[in-house]
Write a protein that binds this ligand. Structure first.
Ligand SMILES: [Zn+2]
Length: 225
């Protein structure tokens, strides 16, 4: 009753096309949800992401929910999540991805899911890490640990400024620090992020994570460009 009243006063609308949402719909109307380009990869060991990181990281498995292109609906959704204070898009995509991951064999032995951390300055201005609720939904569905303290973001470096002086990887590597207070030796750790483009952020995180003895490393992202 109260919810119906609130919906009447502040109608919930599709985050893409602004049509009012029906009960049971969240974030997107059914049409826009259908239009989103799902990856639906059948091979989690040989795909666009494993190709991007080949030779850079010893990656076991990787999966993405959506394809990201300039001006497509995925871009709009990720943009709203990061810059329009629409935090709920994170858990929406997490629930969706989790339901698909739950049927994949490789996800059965995941021990812990680690979101890519935000620098504290950005966390303060945005108010939330846009990857955390996505990662929490997946850890809840798969029954593994969520850990947002294993990686810490170091100083806020402006990559462009240093680009000419140091190699890109060298600079970014120092952006993340592994918290040595953990018991993940020999565990299967999954890094999660919103978007993978060149893979350099993920690579920088993995450089830290692979300092843990005998770890298995995998990657889950909302979208891949
Ligand atoms: Zn719509």
């Amino acid at each position: 009753m109260i919810k119906a009243l609130i919906d009447l006063i502040f109608p919930r609308v599709c985050s893409y096309c602004d049509v009012p949402l029906y009960e049971g719909e969240a974030v997107l109307c059914t049409k826009c949800r259908h239009d989103l380009p799902l990856c639906e990869w059948t091979n989690s060991q040989d795909n666009v992401i494993t190709d991007k990181l080949r030779g850079r990281v010893d990656l076991q498995f990787a999966d993405a929910l959506l394809y990201f292109e300039k001006r497509n609906k995925t871009q709009s959704l990720i943009h709203d999540l990061k810059y329009k204070n629409q935090k709920h898009i994170s858990s929406y995509l997490g629930k969706w991805h989790a339901s698909m991951l739950a049927t994949q064999k490789w996800t059965k032995d995941i021990d812990v899911i680690v979101p890519v951390p935000l620098h504290s300055k950005r966390l303060k201005s945005r108010g939330y890490n846009q990857v955390e609720d996505y990662a929490k939904e997946i850890s809840g569905t798969l029954g593994c640990t969520f850990d947002n303290r294993l990686l810490k973001r170091n100083h806020y470096s402006r990559t462009q400024v240093f680009k000419n002086r140091l190699s890109r990887t060298e600079v970014i590597e120092h952006n993340f620090i592994l918290n040595s207070n953990h018991n993940y030796e020999g565990k299967h750790i999954v890094l999660s992020d919103d978007l993978i483009t060149t893979g350099s952020t993920a690579e920088a995180c993995f450089l830290e994570l692979q300092k843990i003895k005998n770890v298995k490393l995998s990657l889950l992202v909302m979208a891949v460009a």
